[in-house]
Write a protein that binds this ligand. Sequence first.
Ligand SMILES: CC(C)(COP(=O)(O)OP(=O)(O)OC[C@H]1O[C@@H](n2cnc3c(N)ncnc32)[C@H](O)[C@@H]1OP(=O)(O)O)[C@@H](O)C(=O)NCCC(=O)NCCS
Length: 174
Amino acid sequence: MNTDKCEPISENPVDALLKTQQYFECELNKLVDEIATEEAYRFSKIKSRNDSRTEHVQIVMYRHTNGSGRLFGGALLQMIDVVGAICARRHAGTEVTTVAIDHLEFKAPAQINSTLVLISEVESVGRTSMKVKISTFVEQLNGSREEINTAHATFVALDRQNRPTPVPRLLEAQ
Ligand SMILES: CC(C)(COP(=O)(O)OP(=O)(O)OC[C@H]1O[C@@H](n2cnc3c(N)ncnc32)[C@H](O)[C@@H]1OP(=O)(O)O)[C@@H](O)C(=O)NCCC(=O)NCCS
């Protein structure tokens, strides 16, 4: 170890250590207060469904199809998860994770080259979780839509340490 550049200790090393400890404790308390204020603020907010309503449009390509040339359920599930997560992110204002796909119903098939429209909306919220409904439609060239899938998924809001964190309340009356 090169000791040439070491500064002489001007104060008692125990005092210096105590000061360092106090400094870090103070910084930690500030961070804890900041997170608590942020969480309390988010929890006190009220958002409407329109604030987070999300729409995604996609043409069914070869990469989305199964061996029969129809939309592959797994490919649709991926789109549903993304559209649901974005809706939940918009409501929470934080990162989110999928905790459950509560219900998934394929009502009709979709052919290659169809226009898919996915719409997601927050149905209800808990303290840190959000139930999101995702409806998938096939849109015809004349603009008419047939619902081919309905899904209900639960997302949980995460803080900077990836722990569940409170979400804004949901305005029930629309
Ligand atoms: C989501 C996760 C962080 C929740 O952690 P946890 O220790 O269960 O946290 P909690 O018990 O505090 O639950 C948090 C919220 O999730 C809800 N929740 C937990 N498991 C759930 C489930 N299976 N279905 C519905 N909601 C659930 C709780 O009810 C709670 O909601 P609330 O705060 O609104 O009352 C944790 O389960 C996780 O990391 N799961 C993996 C997520 C993941 O990797 N997803 C990607 C899938 S590919």
